[in-house]
Design a protein around this ligand. Structure first.
Ligand code: G3H
Ligand code: 13P
Ligand code: ZN
Length: 332
């Protein structure tokens, strides 16, 4: 058993309380690689922001759970080395799909876990979330739950709406499961193709896709039902069009990739939404820099030559999110 406290990590409780009260959101960046970890820490330290470093089941399979845990410990030490006296870093399991996986993470240094029972029947979702909460709270680990299903890109708009979180369920769900935060579905989705062209309109000037707005009415109803309760948004990458253009200009193929407009995330951050999940934007920033590098310098073959600009581009993106979108800068 390794407690996250031994690693210098923190859980989300105080962080979320302050974020909800202060009208900002904590960035939750997924990581699989050393360069992502370095870029996240550098960005958080330079902006004086708390940060959630999150690991999916796929990331654990890719990078190995033990290595990722030591990387999180390394992240805390690295932040101190960069001059941050009291780094606020959470190591979070993203989309845990069983009690056993959540327990394994809690036993191995995670300070926060998500149990994602959103595809389960309602009562089953409550039952397993509660089981995770009981184990997690005994170790002072916080738990994120999910209610409502994030839409798949191939879904019809109609079908998406029927998966939105039902505000009338949130009090019962949060009370009976005992979760510390709740991920909701209001129109975001995972990946770089969040909406089909049919679901969007086109800006006549730029020809770019303009996605439909998020369901802020549902968010506000949920906030009224659970005043001050921490709300989480998954699938919140903006899919920056300049990165998509760079990728496409250097041999990539991402036609009509589209994300959540930043002004909507800015608005959400001011509400009870206190954790915003971003993964795809980091993937795009990394891929764009690497594709460009290879195109311009085809003779390079030392990974450091192309991973350095990739790391710099991700760092720039993380800083932009923290300062210009979520507002979590200067909160340490
Ligand atoms: O929500 C999903 C995250 O983007 C993680 O993705 O399962 O491919 O690591 P992954
Ligand atoms: P994006 O695919 O929009 O980055 O969402 C990431 C996410 O929700 C991780 O849980
Ligand atoms: Zn997610």
């Amino acid at each position: 058993m390794t407690s996250y406290k031994e690693l210098g990590l923190v859980n989300t409780r105080e962080m979320f309380k302050k974020a909800v009260a202060g009208g900002y959101a904590i960035p939750a960046f997924n990581f699989n690689t050393l360069e992502q970890m370095q870029a996240i820490v550098q960005a958080a330290v330079e902006t004086k922001s708390p940060v959630i470093m999150q690991v999916s089941k796929g990331a654990r399979n890719y990078a190995n759970g033990t290595i990722l845990r030591y990387m999180a410990q390394g992240a805390v030490e690295y932040a101190k080395e960069l001059g941050c006296e009291n780094p606020q870093i959470v190591l979070h399991l993203d989309h845990g799909d069983s009690f056993e996986l959540c327990k394994d993470c809690i036993d191995n240094g995670f300070s926060s876990v998500m149990f994602d029972g959103s595809s389960l029947p309602y009562e089953e979702n409550i039952r397993i979330t509660k089981q995770v909460v009981e184990y997690a709270h005994a170790h002072d680990v916080t738990v994120e739950a999910e209610l409502g299903v994030l839409a798949g890109v191939e879904d019809e708009v109609q079908a998406e709406k029927s998966h939105y979180t039902k505000p009338e369920e949130v009090i019962d769900f949060a009370t009976r499961s005992g979760c510390d935060s709740l991920a909701i579905s209001i129109g975001t989705s995972h990946g770089a193709y969040k909406f089909t062209p049919e679901q969007c309109t086109r800006d006549p000037k730029t020809g770019r896709l303009v996605p439909p707005p998020l369901a802020f009415d549902i968010l506000h109803e949920i906030e009224k039902k659970l005043p001050g309760f921490p709300i989480v948004l998954h699938g919140s990458s903006s899919v920056p069009q300049e990165e998509v253009d760079t990728i496409n200009a250097h041999g990539g193929k991402l036609p009509d990739a589209v994300g959540i407009p930043e002004e909507q995330l800015r608005e959400a951050s001011k509400s009870a939404v206190c954790k915003i999940n971003i993964d795809s934007d980091s993937r795009l920033a990394m891929t764009a820099a690497i594709r460009k590098h290879f195109d311009e310098k085809p003779g390079d073959f030392d990974p450091r030559q192309y991973l350095k600009p990739a790391r710099e581009n991700m760092k720039k993106m993380y800083i932009h999110k923290i300062v210009e979108v979520l507002g979590s800068n200067n909160k340490l």
